[in-house]
Design a protein around this ligand. Sequence first.
Ligand SMILES: CC(C)(COP(=O)(O)OP(=O)(O)OC[C@H]1O[C@@H](n2cnc3c(N)ncnc32)[C@H](O)[C@@H]1OP(=O)(O)O)[C@@H](O)C(=O)NCCC(=O)NCCS
Length: 214
Amino acid sequence: MSTPVVILGSGAHGIDILDTLLLSGEAYKPLGFLDDRPATPEVHGYPVLGPLHQASALDPEIRFVSAIGSSTGYRSKPALFQSLGLARERFISLVHPTASVSQWAQLGLGSVVLQHCTLSAGCRVGDQVVILPACRISHDCQVEDFNILATGVILCGHVQVEPNCYLGAGALVRERLRLGEGCLVGMGSVVIGSLEPGQRVAGNPARPLKSRNP
Ligand SMILES: CC(C)(COP(=O)(O)OP(=O)(O)OC[C@H]1O[C@@H](n2cnc3c(N)ncnc32)[C@H](O)[C@@H]1OP(=O)(O)O)[C@@H](O)C(=O)NCCC(=O)NCCS
């Protein structure tokens, strides 16, 4: 029997997740989305069922997967998930059929790996991590809870990404570095040294960001 699934967030990542659920054969039956600010009342024929806080009121058989995360709101992810009041086990982890995840890699609950990503042997990905298309996570990396890796991020081997970071599209991180909790790495950056918690960097080589929007 198919597991009924509701997607949290109906934006672009939500559509990629819908696509992934539909490609997963009989395993999952997408029911629709929850979203606080939906752009449309339905997406590709799947309804937006209500705001996020309705998640805990839905049938206990329903499982969830999250598409939430952006370069501006990434730090609020843990508080948002706590406010939903959903047990960890209510979330599924999801891998797009074109992604390649080593049999010796681990993926936590609520985490998604989208089109054409690779996760090499020894990688450990925590809970509620979003890995957008075409990321390359090399051997023995650790990507902890709530991280967001935008399209085309490359982590060389043994990189540790502490919880709740945002890595912009095409960012490249040298092997054996540690990115501290809550860091932001701008798109196209080349990170050649470890980052302290909360650091925001960009460029090649990545340097602290002089942001107009802190
Ligand atoms: C890093 C980022 C969040 C900064 O955004 P911001 O806070 O609005 O910063 P600003 O655009 O005000 O830029 C601030 C400065 O940083 C520079 N900068 C911004 N992003 C940069 C980047 N990725 N690489 C190099 N320099 C960058 C700007 O040129 C500017 O420099 P200046 O002060 O010398 O003019 C944003 O540029 C970014 O990379 N977002 C990720 C986008 C992405 O990957 N989307 C994924 C979709 S799948």
